[in-house]
Design a binder for this molecule. Structure first.
Ligand SMILES: Cc1cc2nc3c(=O)[nH]c(=O)nc-3n(C[C@H](O)[C@H](O)[C@H](O)COP(=O)(O)OP(=O)(O)OC[C@H]3O[C@@H](n4cnc5c(N)ncnc54)[C@H](O)[C@@H]3O)c2cc1C
Length: 381
């Protein structure tokens, strides 16, 4: 299966090689332990920053590498090699969902206060949108920000927030007025401090990440931390969705490729009834189907990425890529686990974790059902 396509230049490929080396040296060997400890160390952010990997797409004036979305795409693909969905989720939440709104909507002063230290790995970010009563239906969120002298007083609760325990700042969606469903949402950068309490959730996969509920009780946020225009927060939510979904598609395809290669190797080595597993037609055909699925997912994802990078607004293509890849990835992981037999069910085998981690894809970042709703509208249905 070709990895290259014409999308990436030699410079992107050079980044791929150096990122891969770093990841396989510094992150992958610890993945199993971090998963068991239900936590990866905060120092990971510092190590990534030292390699310039927290600011690939961000401007040099804030400490970034001044690269493009393709540089970031390369990193997303290579991070699949960590082998811990939780670690990748924590890094991804910081780089690809918490900091992009500051980059796009923040003032210069906010970028210096939050984006620059985030790129240096000194401040870790989270994005807080989901609430107990508002997930897919974002417009029903109830966390309130009341106007007070020189700022806001925030009360409410967020849930399922990645980096929700460790984050130094939370890019938080709040209601600033009661009017309108999509209206009246604003974004505040909330520093961890008085009145902000997190509690870590236990979950099926992504064990190394701290998914948490965060409560806000009379939290004062200065007006200088209002991100973007007041009552226009819905735009900010929509602005990063395409990139977030592309990131999920890219990560899924890279994970599928890796799982396929490892499973094919296992099937060549493991013998039953006097032959390697891969010599049994049922297994060989299954592997062929999985290779075909991976290739299809990559083509659809790269088509969406190419359009995105060219400046189109490829909502339909990105939505299709997200929908197709997340379910296909989970199905591939399940099939790879099956090919491993009893070993696939054991903690010591990577596929046990990969299969659990992949279950999040069809739920997070907009569920399969929501992707179908978007596509239904886009197709005039
Ligand atoms: C591990 C993890 C990490 C996460 N990280 C973050 C984070 O960092 N920041 C953040 O803000 N959020 C985060 N989320 C939240 C995630 O985005 C939501 O879980 C997701 O959007 C779904 O919302 P919900 O859980 O409230 O489900 P609901 O919206 O209650 O949906 C329940 C089910 O009903 C379906 N459904 C809903 N509406 C419709 C409809 N109109 N038609 C048909 N079916 C429908 C959904 O697809 C789903 O299957 C995370 C979630 C998880 C599990």
């Amino acid at each position: 299966m070709s990895e290259q396509f014409a999308l990436f230049t030699d410079e992107h490929q050079a980044l791929r090689e150096s990122a891969r080396g770093f990841i396989e040296r510094e992150l992958t060997p610890h993945a199993q332990r971090w998963e068991e400890e239900r936590w990866f160390p905060d120092e990971v952010f510092g190590k990534l920053a030292a390699q310039g990997l927290l600011g690939l797409k961000y401007p040099a004036e804030y400490g970034g590498q001044g690269g493009d979305y393709l540089h970031e795409a390369v990193l997303v693909e290579e991070l699949a090699r960590v082998g811990s969905g939780g670690t990748v989720a924590g890094i991804g939440a910081h780089v690809n969902i918490a900091t992009p709104p500051i980059w796009k909507f923040g003032t210069d002063e906010q970028k210096r206060r939050y984006l620059a230290p985030a790129i240096r790995g000194e401040k870790i970010g989270a994005l807080g949108i989901t609430e107990p009563g508002a997930g897919s239906d974002v417009a029903s969120l109830r966390t309130r920000a009341e106007q007070v002298d020189s700022g806001f007083l925030v009360n409410g609760e967020k849930t399922y927030i990645t980096n929700g325990v460790r984050a130094h700042f939370i890019v938080t969606a709040v209601k600033t007025t009661d009017e309108g469903s999509h209206h009246g949402i604003s974004f505040l950068i909330v520093d961890r401090g008085e009145g902000v309490r997190s509690s870590k959730l236990s979950k099926l996969g992504w064990h190394a990440s701290d998914t948490a509920t965060i409560s806000f009780e009379d939290v004062f946020v200065p007006r200088s931390n209002l991100l973007g225009a007041e009552n226009e927060g819905f735009k900010l939510i929509m602005a990063n969705f395409q990139w977030e979904r592309l990131v999920m598609a890219l990560g899924a395809v890279a994970g599928m490729q890796l799982a396929w290669e490892r499973t094919a190797e296992f099937a060549r080595e493991r013998r039953t009834f006097g032959r390697p597993l891969s010599a049994h037609q049922a297994i060989r055909h299954r592997l062929v189907d999985l290779a075909t699925s991976t290739h299809t997912c990559r083509c659809v994802t790269y088509d969406a990425l190419r359009r995105f990078v060219a400046g189109e607004e490829p909502v339909r293509e990105v939505t299709m890529a997200k929908l197709l890849t997340q379910r296909a990835c989970f199905e591939l992981m399940d099939a790879c686990l099956q090919i491993h037999g009893g070993a696939g069910y054991m903690r010591e085998y990577w596929i046990e974790r990969a299969a659990r981690d992949a279950r999040l894809g069809p739920i997070g970042g907009g569920s399969d059902e929501i992707m179908r709703e978007i596509l239904g509208r886009s197709l005039g249905l």
